[in-house]
Design a binder for this molecule. Structure first.
Ligand SMILES: Nc1ncnc2c1ncn2[C@@H]1O[C@H](COP(=O)(O)OP(=O)(O)OP(=O)(O)O)[C@@H](O)[C@H]1O
Ligand SMILES: [Mg+2]
Length: 314
């Protein structure tokens, strides 16, 4: 059974506006715009669909007042909509792109506030989904009003039901969730350094931080380091993957693709090393294409052989 749920508590509408020679304080003419359903768990769900895994559900919170964009997106991508509706609007992030100057201006709205009731509704929904799903991917930031413990509590709940949990978040939410013994955490270097209390991330400090994290009960840590690749650590096994040199079109969601690849690899029944390779191939595939189909099997499988693997001395 594939059956994966991604959980995005704090999604966003990405509103991109193209304005040549954008000048603040002046009247500007927009040449075009686009609206995209954004959110890290949604990215993971989308990458899993690209890889032709069926039975993918997306959950989290959506504001009642502007959920149509997400509903349409999920329908189009054939991802089951298991979001909990909450009062208010999902936040919008505006990006003003001025291609003539190569500048991007960001204007970020804050969105809905979560109530304690909303959080218990989400846990109830996930408990129901636990009957028919094996993997849960908890991604991204938490919305205002949600306690830092939300991912911790969800992980405890799902682990008590003997299900698999991957966590990709930051700050306090990550610190707390890591204590609930998730199967996978995928911090980037900044997130990992904050989690492990490392101020100077030397190789030695990183390895010792990884060991600590494994000792605390996390099964697999995927520490991603942008163009330098990633270190995968699990039960005494430490390997480094070095991505192929590729023409990067967008780095958005490279980390989310890695999470999707790790979960997909487990579903295929891959070994630890094969999963690391697949996850790194997912990221490389995501970097080199825009829109749907980024992590299709035809794109990902050939990239796997281009990834170098090194043992990390511990
Ligand atoms: N510029 C790049 N060149 C080659 N590979 C890259 C590059 N950026 C990212 N990658 C690949 O993608 C993986 C994940 O990227 P990164 O460490 O930037 O994740 P992240 O910061 O969690 O990203 P996000 O959360 O924005 O999706 C890396 O381990 C690497 O394999
Ligand atoms: Mg990330």
């Amino acid at each position: 059974m594939t059956a994966i749920v991604t959980v995005t508590p704090n999604p966003a509408i990405d509103h991109t506006i193209f304005v040549p020679n954008f000048s603040p304080g002046k009247v500007n003419r927009a040449e075009g715009e686009r609206f995209d359903a954004g959110g890290k768990g949604l990215n993971v769900a989308s990458f899993l669909k690209d890889f032709a895994l069926e039975d993918i559900s997306a959950s989290g919170f959506l504001g009642n007042e502007n959920k149509e964009l997400f509903e349409r997106y999920l329908e189009k991508r054939e991802i089951r909509n298991e979001f909990v509706s909450v009062d208010g609007k999902t936040r919008t992030n505006i990006k003003i792109i001025d291609e003539s100057k190569g500048e991007i201006t960001d204007i970020n709205f804050s969105g809905f506030n979560c109530t304690a009731r909303d959080c218990s509704d989400l846990k109830e929904r996930l408990t129901r989904l636990a009957k028919t799903h094996r993997w849960f991917v908890l991604s991204g930031s938490l919305p205002p009003g949600a306690p830092d413990e939300l991912f911790y509590e969800i992980t405890i709940l799902l682990k008590s039901l003997r299900l698999h949990v991957a966590v990709d978040t930051s700050g306090e939410a990550l610190k707390k969730a890591a204590k609930a013994r998730p199967d996978i955490v995928k911090p980037n270097l900044a997130e990992f350094s904050a989690l492990a209390g490392i101020s100077n991330p030397t190789e030695e400090a990183i390895i010792s931080g990884l060991k600590e994290l494994l000792k605390s009960g996390v099964q697999t840590v995927a520490l991603s380091m942008g163009e330098k690749g990633a270190i995968f650590a699990s039960k005494g096994k430490f390997i480094r993957t070095i991505p192929p040199e590729v023409k990067v079109l967008s780095t958005v969601g490279a980390g989310d693709a890695m999470v999707a690849g790790l979960v997909a690899g487990e579903n295929i029944g891959y070994s630890f090393e094969e999963r690391a390779r697949l996850a790194t191939a997912f990221s490389a595939a995501a970097l080199t294409k825009l829109g749907p189909g980024r992590t299709s099997r035809e794109r990902v499988y050939p990239l796997m052989k281009d990834i170098k693997i090194e043992e990390v001395r511990t």
